[in-house]
Ligand binder design. Structure first.
Ligand SMILES: Cc1ncc(COP(=O)(O)O)c(C=O)c1O
Length: 414
């Protein structure tokens, strides 16, 4: 059934790193939530840019014009990934954290004492602390939306309780990088907008698993990071064009004040931005729709639906395997009928074992997995798993059922 819908072996052939063996056995990459592996086509695009189009922008000569074109193409590619009609609504930066720190400073200039912002316990610290710091500097109140502890999902009643007329911004993730829980972004946007507030979405963890749609979700701002979706280390910020124009960024005087570059401080990493566009083309290539007759956005949406179907099978097997281990305690959604409400990312603990030791055991046996809190500190604090943290297994569409089975077998033997 898998091969009918998704040819994982062909996909794997595009990732040279997946050929790696340790002690004669193929390595198993379940560390994707901390950064995915990269297909050759992405690396080739980066190399090509550096070898043939290496110049700074806006010059009156060939290589500079080519870089301008590469950048314009990359803005368009990201707009297709996010479902944004206007490529000038997309800014690039070093990573999501830096973009969020920078953007939170700029928007906080518009807040005043008495205002309120909301962050969430489900989030990575990169969508939590920048807002807390900006609010502190602006003298604004911060409240934290809670989680439902039984399944580590966002508590929508808590959101309703905290929203009021003074709320200016809500920062929330689209998917937890620790336990995989998805959030109903479109529904959150509706509730947030009913109070005249704005919604800032962290889509870093969601991006390799589902289609993002900023128009349909009606979110005001969204961030993601290309190294989490098979690209290089580049951060991405989307904002409604009218807001990206009206807000005042921290920028240097000679730098243009036009969109989108007013939000892109300093000389950009042109080669890796070209690589981010290549990663988006890679995702589109997973679609079964004909390239010549279908536009890239449509192919991305189709590709992500295929990725979701395939990953759902992986996560179902992984959850089933983990739940059958008496010593394993799995966090987040575990019921088989609810797997579509989660990304294929699982965190668990083993009774009587430290998370670092479990990760070490897996690593020694060729399974790459993270331990600790993966910077999802708001969540691990809410779940009470600090300081030991958890062990995280993150499936990507390049993983296989055999890899899941071997990982579960290893954990059973612990
Ligand atoms: C959900 C989530 N948000 C934000 C970040 C931070 O992204 P970056 O490394 O691009 O700053 C991460 C990184 O792990 C993440 O998983």
């Amino acid at each position: 059934m898998i091969t009918q819908t998704f040819d994982v072996q062909t996909v794997r052939g595009r990732f040279p790193s997946l050929e790696r063996c340790l002690d004669g056995r193929p390595a198993i990459y379940l560390d994707g939530p901390a950064g995915t592996q990269v297909p050759s086509c992405v690396v080739e695009r980066i190399a090509h840019c550096m070898l043939h189009h290496n110049a700074n922008r806006s010059g009156r000569f060939a290589t500079s014009r080519e870089v301008d074109q590469i950048m314009a193409d990359s803005h368009r590619a990201v707009a297709d990934l996010l479902g944004a009609p206007d490529p000038t609504s997309i800014a690039f930066g070093p990573n999501m954290t830096s973009l969020t720190l920078q953007f939170s400073r700029a928007i906080a200039r518009t807040w005043k004492a008495g205002d309120r912002i909301l962050v969430s316990s489900l989030d990575h610290d990169a969508n939590f602390t920048p807002w807390v710091l900006a609010a502190r500097d602006a003298g604004v109140e911060v409240k934290t939306i809670g989680i439902c502890p039984s399944d580590a999902t966002l508590d929508m009643d808590s959101l309703d309780d905290l929203l009021n007329e003074r709320t200016r911004l809500v920062a929330v993730t689209a998917a937890s990088n620790a336990v995989g829980s998805l959030t109903p972004v479109a529904e959150i946007a509706k509730r947030v907008h009913a109070f005249g507030a704005e919604l800032f979405v962290d889509a870093v963890h969601l991006a390799p698993h589902r289609a993002i749609d900023v128009e349909q979700w009606d979110c005001d701002f969204l961030v993601c990071s290309a190294y989490k979706f098979f690209g290089p280390h580049i951060g991405i910020l989307y904002g409604r064009p009218e807001r990206m124009q009206s807000l005042v960024p921290y920028k240097l005087r000679p730098a243009p004040d036009s969109l989108p570059v007013r939000w892109m401080t300093g000389t950009q990493n042109h080669a890796c931005i070209a690589g981010a566009a290549a990663a988006i083309d890679y995702l589109a290539s997973l679609s079964s729709l004909p390239e010549l007759e279908t536009n890239r956005r449509v192919r991305i949406v189709d590709a992500m639906a295929r990725v979701e179907r395939y990953e759902t099978q992986l996560i179902s097997s992984l959850l089933q395997g983990l739940l059958a281990i008496p010593k394993a305690r799995v966090f987040g959604i575990t019921e088989p009928h609810r797997v579509s409400d989660r990304a294929p990312t699982v965190s668990f603990r083993m009774d009587g074992k430290k998370s670092i030791d479990v990760a070490q055991f897996l690593g020694d046996n060729g399974v790459f997995a993270w331990h600790g809190n993966y910077y999802a500190l708001p969540l691990t604090q809410a779940l009470g798993t600090e300081p030991d943290g958890m062990v995280r297994l993150g499936c990507m569409h390049y993983n296989t059922q055999e890899e899941i089975a071997r990982t579960v077998e290893l954990l059973q033997s612990l």
